[in-house]
Each structure stands twice: as C-alpha cells, then as structure tokens.
Write a protein that binds this ligand. Structure first.
Ligand SMILES: *Cc1c(COP(=O)(O)O)cnc(C)c1O
Length: 389
C-alpha cells in the first residue's frame, strides 16, 4: 500500500442512490404523463437523493424541466451546468430576485404581493421575467386566491404589454391527489382551467400550465394541462396507498455491522434495558442512529436485512448505533464489517422507507429526506432500467 496516500475509511452508514432507478422512474412518469411534459421536482436536494445527479438522471428518463423550492436551489443546478428550464416557487416578497432572472430561472408567483419584487427586478435588469402565477385552486397553502386573481390578471396583462414579464403558464397544487376518488380533485382542475381560459382571453398565451404532482400523474395523467410536476415517484416511492406502479425505490440506506457478540438470557440491551434477552442469543451492533436518520421512535419496531434475511432491532435506537438480535443459532457467516440494510428497494422482502413511514405514522417523503448526519451518499448505476434496454 502506498504509505503517502491518505487513507479515508469508508463511512459507517451509507445511502446508495441508484440513478438508473431514477431514470427508469422518470421514464414511467413520462409514459404516464401521456404526452404532457414532465417537470422533475428536485427540491430539498432531490428529496435527499442529491439534486444534481438526480436531475441529470430524470432528464435522461424524459423530463424536460426541473422544479425546486428556492432560488438558491435553482442557482445550484445552473452552477452545475444544467441548462434546461428551472422553476422556483418560494421566495420572500423582500427578496431581490435579479440573480434568478440573470440565471434564466423561472419564478412562480404565489401571491399578489410576490409580483412586486419580480417586476422590480425585471425593470432594473432589463430582462423579461418568465413567471408562472400559482393559483390557490383549493389547497389553501401558497397560491393567489381566486378573490385576488382578477386584480393580479390585470397587472399581468399590463406587465406583459410593457414587456417586463412573460407568463409561461399557470400552476396549482392538489390537496387530495393521493386519494384518487376525492371530489376536490375535479374541482381544483376545473378552477385552474377557468383561470387559464381567463388569462388566454386577455391575450396571455399561457402555453404550459400544470397541476399534477406524482399521485395525479400516476392516476389522471395531465387533466388537459401541458405539463406535470412529479417529485416523490421519481425516487421510486408511490404516494398512493395500495396503488401499483412500476417504480423502483432509488435509495438504499445501510450501515456497517461493528461487532457481533453473545449475550446471556435475561441480559438487558441498550439504554434503559427496554429489552431483555429471552434466551441466550447473539446480537449485532449496527453503526447508524437517530443522528443519521434512524428515528428513535422506531426502537424495537425496525428490522434490518443482513445477507437477505430480516433481523429485528432490540432495545433503544441510540444517537449513533442500535442492536439487532441474530437469534440463538445465528448465521455463522455474519461478521463485523458486514452490511445491514435499513431500507431499500424491498426486493426479496427487505425493509422499505414506506414500511418505516407506516410504523412511524408519517410518509416516506419524510423518511428519505431525514437521512443525514454521518451518512455518506454514493451515486450508483445498477443497470435496472428494464423497459429501456
Ligand atoms: C413538492 C411539490 C411537488 C411534487 O409533489 P410529489 O407529491 O412529491 O410528487 C409538486 N409541486 C409542488 C408545488 C410541490 O411543492
């Protein structure tokens, strides 16, 4: 071994991100969008998967635009050399958005007041702002209220005539898309269609309008709009309980087994001794804890997969580690240095992020975006793109 080379040990816990899975999922969504364009949502660092590599994989899979929350997220994609349309939908009315216009970032306008900084930046830079007014069609979160809409439309028409803005289209977001039969879905779609018709009636072309998140893209393709805006499904996670789509979870969260040891019947394990060995047994110590995204609330309710078999966590999950019970007659081949999978594709019956979400009473979105701490993220290509090869 070269003694001059610094030796960096591999991280004890790892999130492997399968970019071929992301590309595959993008292709599934592109097909599902049935002719509408796909804007891949890569906010929050690509839902914890790494925004830049995930964006490139989604674009390979058929997406033609990217959606993020903040201008900073959008600028980071530009800095990485990504030159497709990028839309950012959250900024402060106090922000100076000139940098966004300078980098050709499209901006959503989520309230009447948000038009002010955009018009100001456009007038000061002499650059026409590409904007997507966001309409509150019923989510009652961000979005221009239907009450404010006529006034905003007047201002959009005059700003457009002045040449300071180009309205690329309107957008909105669903409240109940993960419950496909819910009556609000049709109502929201109808409202956005009405707003688009009003804008077009006033001479704004609104060429590309969009309402659908992942759940809507998978169940009611585009509803007559020109683009869809899926996020979570790109990462292989289906937001609709019990709905089957050909998605591959892209993140595999794993950690190293630090040691394997025998303990005697009656021995309490981990802080507070919340579990006592019911018999002589063998346990393994797994090197990931709540500081890395393994919820302490999962204590005693979490399985890991080691060499394809599931083993239960016993005792409390700690900040950096937790214990699993290998049983009284363990697989003798399990050793320190082996890998325990915390969640992954679920192939071969292994644990999944969706399973964690069910146990925790939350959604898998929160599980994958919570992976953090000392976890080292590695992007891999698995070759799993059945439908493209
Ligand atoms: C996060 C987000 C999406 C993507 O939603 P998914 O449920 O992850 O598909 C789409 N549009 C907006 C405005 C969002 O904030």
């Amino acid at each position: 071994m070269d003694r001059m080379r610094p030796i960096v040990p591999p991280a004890l816990c790892r999130a492997a991100i399968d970019l071929d899975a992301v590309e595959h999922n993008a292709r599934v969504l592109t097909r599902s969008a049935a002719g509408a364009r796909v804007m891949a949502v890569v906010k929050a660092d690509g839902y914890g998967h790494g925004a830049v590599p995930v964006s490139l994989a989604a674009l390979r899979g058929g997406a033609t635009a990217l959606g993020v929350t903040t201008v900073e997220e959008a600028l980071a994609l530009r800095t990485a050399g990504i030159d497709v349309e990028i839309l950012a939908w959250m900024f402060s009315t106090a922000d100076d958005v000139r940098a966004a216009l300078g980098a050709d970032i499209d901006l959503a306008v989520p309230s009447a007041r948000h038009l002010d900084p955009v018009l100001e930046a456009a007038r000061r830079t002499g650059r026409r702002a590409r904007i997507t007014p966001k309409i509150d069609t019923g989510l009652a979160r961000s979005g221009i209220t239907l009450e404010d809409w006529p006034g905003v439309l007047d201002r959009l028409v005059s700003a457009s005539e002045e040449g300071v803005v180009e309205v690329t289209g309107l957008m909105a977001h669903f409240a109940h898309a993960d419950d496909p039969g819910h009556p609000t879905i049709d109502e929201q779609v109808q409202r956005l269609h009405e707003c688009v018709a009003e804008a077009r009636g006033r001479g704004l072309a609104c060429p590309v309008n969009h309402h659908a998140n992942s759940a809507a893209t998978l169940t009611r393709p585009h509803d007559g709009f020109e683009m869809v805006r899926p996020g979570i499904a790109l990462y292989g996670l289906n937001p609709i309980e019990g709905h089957d789509a050909d998605l591959i979870p892209a993140m595999t969260f794993s950690a190293e087994i630090l040691m394997v040891k025998r303990i005697a019947a009656g021995q309490g394990v981990s802080y507070g001794h919340t579990w006592h060995a019911p018999r002589d047994t063998t346990v393994a110590l797994v090197a990931a804890g709540y500081a890395d995204g393994v919820w302490r609330l999962l204590s005693g309710r979490l399985d890991v997969a080691i060499a394809g078999r599931r083993y239960p966590n016993v005792g409390r999950v700690c900040m950096d580690q937790f214990v699993v019970d290998l049983g009284p007659d363990p697989d003798e081949t399990i050793r320190a240095g082996d890998t325990a999978v915390l969640f992954g594709t679920g192939a071969d019956g292994g644990p999944t992020a969706a399973e964690w979400a069910r146990t925790l009473g939350t959604i898998h979105y929160e599980v994958v975006t919570a992976v953090r701490g000392r976890t080292s993220r590695q992007h891999v290509l698995s070759g799993r793109q059945e439908d493209s090869r």
